[in-house]
Design a protein around this ligand. Structure first.
Ligand SMILES: NC(=O)c1ccc[n+]([C@@H]2O[C@H](COP(=O)([O-])OP(=O)(O)OC[C@H]3O[C@@H](n4cnc5c(N)ncnc54)[C@H](O)[C@@H]3O)[C@@H](O)[C@H]2O)c1
Length: 286
């Protein structure tokens, strides 16, 4: 039995191989509660968001190619501006750290309800603005650090930041595209790694590490196992069939079982037959 991140919609080869193996495959990323929260993705987003603000501040330093600005400023010198596009888990956590550093923070969001929530939890310390192409165009020229944190569930990230917008940014500004694991929200983004995290386009430093939490494995491992362990214990105590029957969130995590694809989006992605989980249960012993 496999219980880990699988991202099967992105890999035809892996999906077919797992189906052929006969393994029971439960994907962290599709474990989903009744209110559509993704509890096994959330800690990685928290970490990536917090790291994004740190990376932004760091790569603003002159010797690292930045335009040489201390994000928090000092008395007598204004702080830098951080523009966060997407105020979900990544965006909120990026804002918290950027605020902590003393930056001037704006979050562009599409959901009014989410903005009301952010206004409340951040005690009005950030500017919350409705996201639109025009608004991004206007805000991006003022920003020292731009953090791309949008997500449209199940879809590739929308290209909200065009090449022209990047060209219009300040020289030595930093664009940290956290959404790079979903393709990135800037036209100029491509995935980078921890060994070479940044590259420059039109004077703008791009930080596009697809696995940001890998930089802080102590925090990431503990944060992840905090949320996965209860599921592991449930599976160990009851076996997969009973654990799944007891917990619909875990049931939504089952992607492949007894050679069949039990998660519709994965089946659709590869043109394979979809078998609802209840049709495949009872499970063979695992
Ligand atoms: N690079 C990494 O290591 C890493 C790690 C964790 C998460 N991520 C990625 O970060 C992204 C954000 O994840 P999350 O957990 O914060 O998602 P989330 O669903 O919590 O938040 C996404 C937010 O984007 C908003 N949004 C959607 N379209 C928008 C638009 N046009 N303008 C402004 N806001 C818009 C949504 O309303 C939502 O609030 C995802 O692509 C995720 O895969 C990357």
């Amino acid at each position: 039995m496999l219980f880990t991140y699988l991202h099967l919609a992105a890999s035809d080869e892996l999906t077919r191989a797992l189906a052929e193996s006969g393994a029971a495959c439960v994907a962290y990323e599709t474990v989903e509660t009744d209110n559509h929260a993704l509890p096994l993705l959330a800690p990685m987003s928290e970490i990536a968001g917090r790291l994004a603000a740190q990376a932004g501040a760091y790569f603003l330093e002159k010797p690292l190619g930045g335009h040489g600005l201390l994000l928090g400023g000092v008395p007598g010198v204004a702080p830098g501006r951080v523009l966060v596009i997407g105020g979900g888990i990544v965006g909120y956590n990026a804002a918290v750290i950027a605020l902590g550093l003393g930056a001037n923070v704006t979050i562009l969001e599409r959901s009014i309800d989410r903005m009301r929530h952010l206004d409340e939890v951040l005690s009005g310390r950030v500017s919350l603005v409705m996201s639109s192409t025009l608004q991004i165009e206007e805000s991006i020229v003022e920003a020292d650090v731009v953090i791309g944190a949008v997500l449209i569930p199940g879809a590739v990230a929308p290209k909200l930041v065009t090449r022209e917008m990047v060209t219009a940014m300040k020289d030595g500004a930093v664009l940290c595209d956290v959404a790079i694991d979903q393709g990135g929200c800037a036209e100029t983004s491509h995935p980078t790694t921890h060994s070479e995290p940044v590259y420059v386009v039109d004077g703008v430093t791009h930080y596009c590490v697809a696995n940001m939490p890998g930089a802080v494995p102590i925090t990431s491992t503990k944060a992840l196992t905090n949320v996965t362990l209860p599921y592991v214990e449930a599976i160990a105590d009851h076996g997969l069939a009973e654990a799944v029957a007891l917990d619909p969130a875990l049931a939504r995590g089952v992607n492949v079982l007894d050679g069949r694809i039990t998660y519709e989006a994965v089946a659709d992605a590869h043109g394979l037959d979809f078998h609802p989980l209840q049709d495949v249960l009872p499970l063979s012993p695992v």
